[in-house]
Design a binder for this molecule. Structure first.
Ligand code: HAM
Length: 426
């Protein structure tokens, strides 16, 4: 049997309903925030990710799915959304003719060749936003509020918002030098990857999965102590705006994030419930004021975040949160014999176009099996179509819960169903 690729999963049944439900909530939330929907290709020129995500990130060094197309171009399946959205912003010259800031939201699959484990997949879905063209700390705070509000709307309670600041390029450079000085005497005790990071991007040593528990990492200098006045003010403002929105957070100097492009604010929201598991970071993001330039656009500040759908669903399960997903359908139609199928499917089609959820017996079941099927589908009404109904155009409609029977003129059926829209199964 051919099996799905390692690190991927199929969506169906209840899980599929939950995914669709959450996608709808995301869409509606993004309308409220007045963000614009963006969709970029699932594959891009490999160079974009080398420049955009960073040569020293684990993603680019070890995890990309690269392939040459028939024209010998090197492409990469996107490992994250920020680089592609930024490319789109630059390529479509949105800096010139768009009202700033450009506030983009996106949702879709990403690919990383990681070791699959709970909460870590090779194909996973992200919802994220990217905002271009504003330096304001108000935007940093707004971006942080988006996942927090989404999680709250869905009912999650065990959340911890960790924030930190890497500062502007001057602060970041000072910090980088301080880290190099600090780590130099300990180089031999670091893992091989960290030895490379030491030269390329020493900040990345701080979120190394191998060295994480070592004292030298824990006692390393903290970004916050190297912020210049401008960076300090920016961070203070972000915090005050979070306070103003009543968003609880913790300043956590260990949050440096695994991608190279961040400046100023970085943040992660983690599931703060006991026993959740190692992959407890539900989302992450931050400011990246140099990225647009790196990708070939004019100097433009940016800030964004992305959250993993799979981890969100795990968190909902973990907190035993039942989403308010409609399980029932409005009608189940039973054609009594082959002769009534045409009439029944015509009615079914009209009801569906009028906004009702309708299913029909495709399998010529007997009456008993059909009522069982109606129960299984949690149908509110069962419409039975026999020759009498076809001839008289008076339909036999049963309330599935108590089996109360109604005779309804065909032309009145929509009004009738509209009038009786309480699900008898609730
Ligand atoms: P990231 O931290 O690499 O950031 O990913 C964001 C979220 O995607 C993670 O917190 C996690 O929920 C989910 N995620 C990442 N990798 C996997 C995986 N292998 N399996 C399941 N879920 C995963 C970014 O991707 C940045 N582009 C975020 C950003 C946007 N920063 C600024 N703008």
């Amino acid at each position: 049997m051919i099996q799905k690729p390692k690190g991927t999963y199929d969506v169906y049944g209840k899980y599929g309903k939950k995914v669709l439900y959450i996608e709808e909530i995301i869409k509606s939330l993004m309308e409220k925030y007045n963000y614009e929907y963006f969709r970029t290709p699932i594959f891009e020129a490999s160079e974009l990710f080398h420049r955009g995500v960073g040569e020293s990130s684990d993603i680019v060094t070890k995890e990309t799915y690269d392939f040459k197309d028939r024209g010998d171009r090197l492409n990469t399946l996107r490992p994250e959304g920020t680089a592609g959205i930024t490319r789109s912003f630059v390529e479509n010259k949105m800096y010139g003719n768009h009202t700033m800031p450009v506030k983009a939201w996106y949702y879709g699959p990403n690919y990383r060749y990681e070791r699959p484990q709970s909460g870590r997949f090779r194909e996973f879905y992200q919802f994220g936003v990217e905002v271009f063209g504003s330096d304001s700390p108000l935007v940093d705070a707004e971006v942080i509020s988006i996942p927090v509000n989404l999680y709250k709307l869905l009912g999650l309670k065990g959340l911890k918002v960790n924030i930190n600041s890497l500062g502007d390029s001057e602060s970041r450079n000072n910090y980088r030098e301080a880290l190099k000085k600090y780590f130099e005497p300990y180089l031999d005790s670091l893992c091989d990857d960290c030895k490379v990071r030491f030269n390329k991007n020493p900040l990345r040593i701080l979120d190394c999965k191998v060295d994480a528990e070592k004292d030298i990492i824990k006692q390393a200098p903290k970004t916050i102590d190297y912020l210049n006045d401008i960076s300090k003010k920016h961070f203070e403002d972000v915090k005050s705006y979070l306070d103003a929105m009543n968003i609880d957070y913790v300043v956590n100097p260990n949050v440096v994030r695994g991608l190279d492009y961040y400046t100023h604010t970085v943040f992660e929201v983690e599931a703060d419930v006991e026993g959740f598991g190692a992959q407890n970071v539900l989302c992450g993001g931050g400011r990246y004021n140099g990225l647009v330039e790196m990708i070939g656009g004019p100097k433009t500040p940016g800030v964004g975040f992305a959250l993993g759908m799979e981890r969100l669903l795990t968190a909902l399960d973990y907190e035993k949160i039942d989403l308010d997903i409609p399980e029932c359908i409005d009608c189940y139609i039973i054609p009594v014999s082959e002769d009534e199928v045409g009439y029944a499917i015509n009615l079914c089609n009209r009801l569906r176009l009028s906004g009702f959820s309708v299913d029909i017996d495709y399998n010529k079941r007997n009456m008993k099996a059909n009522f069982k099927q109606a129960d299984k589908l949690c149908a509110q009404y069962v419409i039975i179509i026999g020759s009498d109904e076809v001839n008289s155009k008076i339909l036999t409609v049963k309330h599935n819960c108590d089996k109360q029977e109604f005779k309804v003129k065909e032309e009145d059926i929509i009004m009738f169903l509209d009038d009786h829209d309480n699900c008898c199964c609730e």
